[in-house]
Ligand binder design. Structure first.
Ligand SMILES: Cc1ncc(COP(=O)(O)O)c(C=O)c1O
Length: 462
C-alpha cells in the first residue's frame, strides 16, 4: 500500500491486473466518490512513479487513459488536475441543502455566543503553563486528580453530591458517562434498565447501543412512577430527578425516598442524569438524589448545558462497587480523557469561573423564558421553573406534526413531544428551547409560532 503526495491511498498488487489499469481504477473510483475533487492536483508522472517504485511509462499510460475519459486535465510541463466535470454523471446528486430556520427553538444547547471565551482561554493558558511534563503522558483513565478534586468540591457545593475525588470518572459528556456505566452494569450481569417515558431519545439510544434493554416507566406530574418501576423490576434505572427531560417535572420528595428504598430492596443501581440542573429560576435548587445514598446512585453530569456541548466534558460519580468496572470501560474506550482539556476545566472550576458564568447567565435565560411565554398567551406551558426549555401544550385540534410543519413554513424550528415518547401516548405538545435565541428573536419566533398553531388548528377549509 502506497500513500501518494496527494494523500491518496493507491494499493497496488504485483500480480494480476496490469499496474496501469490498477492505477486507473483507483483514481476513477476516487474521483467518482469525490475523494478527489475538481481542480485537485495529482502528483506528476515522475513523482508518482517514484513513490510507487514503478516505471514512469505506466503512470503516463494511466493518466493518458483517464484524460481521454474526461477525468483528468493534463498539460505538458504541468501536474495533472482533476477535470471540472469529472465524475458528475456518476456521483449521486447532492441533496438540496434545506434552508436553515431563522428561529431555532430546538432543545439541547445553551447560548454558545455567550460562551466565556476569555475566561476559558485564560484557564487554558494557565493549565498549559503549569502542567508538569508528566501530565502530557498517558493520563489516569479515571481522570486527572486535579480535575477530579475540583469536581468533587463543585458537585458537593452546587448539587449536594457526596463523592470522594477517587470515585469520579471523567468522561466525554453525560453521553459517555452513561455509556460506560451501562457497559459496566451489563458486564456485571444486568440486562434491563428502567427509563422514564417520555425521555430523551438519544439517551435511550445510548442504552440500547451499549447492550441493556430499556423498560419504559411512566412519568406523571410527580416524576417517575416508582410503583410502576418496582413492578417492572429492572436491574437498574435511569432518571432525571431535578428537571425531567422532556416534561420538566421534578421528582417529588416522597418518590425520591421511594426510589432509593426500591433500589436498596431490589439491590439495583440508580443512574441520575443531572443534565441541566444548574439552570433554575423561580424555585429552590433541588439537590442531587445521589447525596441521599451515594452507594446506590451513579450521578452523571457535564458542562454541556452550562458551557458548551462541544467541549465534551462530563463525569460520573460512581459508588465504590461499580467504580473499578466503570474505569475499566473508560480504559478500553480510549485510555482516558485529554489531559489539557481536563486541566483547563480544573482551573476554570478552581477559580470560580463556572459559578460566575452561571450567575451571569441566570437572568439572561430567565428573561428569555419570560419573553417566549409572554408571546404565547392562552397556551399552557410546563416545566418552566428550570432548564433551558419548556413544554408547550397544544390546544385541542392542533396536531404536533401539523404545527411543526406550519412553524417550519414560518422558519421556526421546534420539536414535538412525541419524538421522546416510548410507549405511553401523551396529549400533543411541543418542546421549545430558548437557551440561545435573543429576546427580540424569541418575541418574533413566539409570534410566528402562535400563528402556526392557529393555522394548524383551524378546521380544514377555514
Ligand atoms: C436529558 C439529556 N441527557 C443527556 C444529554 C447528553 O448530554 P452530554 O452532552 O453531556 O453528553 C442530553 C443532550 O441533549 C439530554 O437532553
Amino acid at each position: 500500500v502506497y500513500q501518494t503526495t496527494s494523500d491518496l491511498l493507491l494499493p497496488l498488487a504485483r500480480h494480476g491486473e496490469p499496474l496501469h489499469a490498477q492505477i486507473e481504477g483507483h483514481l476513477r473510483a476516487a474521483i467518482r466518490e469525490r475523494r478527489l475533487v475538481a481542480g485537485q492536483r495529482l502528483p506528476s508522472t515522475r513523482e508518482l512513479a517514484g513513490e510507487l517504485g514503478i516505471s514512469r511509462g505506466v503512470v503516463v499510460e494511466a493518466y493518458g487513459q483517464l484524460a481521454a475519459e474526461g477525468y483528468l486535465r493534463v498539460r505538458r510541463g504541468a501536474a495533472p488536475v482533476v477535470a471540472a466535470a469529472a465524475g458528475t454523471g456518476e456521483a449521486p446528486p447532492a441533496p438540496p441543502a434545506a434552508p436553515a430556520p431563522r428561529f431555532d427553538l430546538r432543545t439541547g444547547v445553551p447560548d454558545l455566543a455567550l460562551f466565556p471565551r476569555g475566561a476559558w482561554a485564560a484557564a487554558q493558558r494557565r493549565a498549559l503553563r503549569e502542567a508538569a511534563h508528566s501530565d502530557l503522558g498517558y493520563p489516569d483513565p479515571a481522570g486527572h486528580p486535579r480535575l477530579r478534586a475540583a469536581l468533587a468540591a463543585y458537585l458537593g457545593r452546587a448539587r449536594g453530591v457526596q463523592v470522594a475525588p477517587e470515585r469520579i470518572v471523567v468522561c466525554g459528556g453525560v453521553a459517555e458517562a452513561l455509556a460506560l456505566t451501562v457497559r459496566a452494569l451489563r458486564a456485571g450481569g444486568a440486562r434491563r434498565i428502567g427509563v422514564e417515558d417520555p425521555s430523551h431519545h438519544g439517551t435511550r439510544g445510548q442504552i440500547t447501543h451499549n447492550g441493556l434493554e430499556p423498560v419504559p416507566i411512566p412519568v406523571d406530574g410527580g416524576g417517575m412512577d416508582v410503583d410502576a418501576l418496582a413492578a417492572a423490576a429492572p436491574d437498574a434505572v435511569l432518571v432525571a430527578p431535578a428537571h425531567q427531560f422532556p416534561t420538566g417535572v421534578v421528582l417529588e420528595p416522597r418518590r425520591r425516598a421511594a426510589l432509593l428504598d426500591w433500589a436498596r430492596r431490589a439491590d439495583a443501581i440508580v443512574i441520575e442524569d443531572d443534565y441541566d440542573a444548574e439552570h433554575r429560576y423561580d424555585r429552590h435548587p433541588v439537590g442531587a438524589v445521589q447525596g441521599l445514598d451515594p452507594e446506590r446512585v451513579v450521578h452523571v453530569h457535564s458542562v454541556s448545558k452550562t458551557l458548551a456541548p462541544g467541549l465534551r466534558l462530563g463525569w460520573a460519580a460512581v459508588p465504590a462497587r461499580l467504580a473499578g468496572a466503570v474505569v475499566e470501560q473508560k480504559r478500553y474506550a480510549d485510555l482516558g480523557a485529554p489531559a489539557l482539556e481536563q486541566l483547563t476545566l480544573a482551573e476554570f472550576l478552581a477559580r470560580g469561573e463556572l459559578a460566575r458564568h452561571l450567575r451571569r447567565m441566570r437572568p439572561v435565560y430567565r428573561r428569555r423564558r419570560d419573553t417566549l411565554l409572554a408571546g404565547l398567551p392562552g397556551l399552557e406551558a410546563e416545566g418552566i421553573a428550570a432548564g433551558l426549555h419548556v413544554l408547550l401544550r397544544l390546544p385541542p385540534g392542533a396536531g404536533e406534526a401539523e404545527v411543526v410543519a406550519a412553524a417550519a413554513a414560518r422558519s421556526v424550528a421546534v420539536s414535538a413531544l412525541s419524538e421522546h415518547v416510548v410507549a405511553t401516548a401523551r396529549p400533543p405538545a411541543l418542546l421549545l428551547g430558548y437557551g440561545w435565541t435573543s429576546e427580540p428573536a424569541l418575541a418574533e419566533a413566539a409570534r410566528r409560532l402562535a400563528a402556526a398553531i392557529t393555522a394548524a388548528g383551524a378546521p380544514a377549509g377555514a
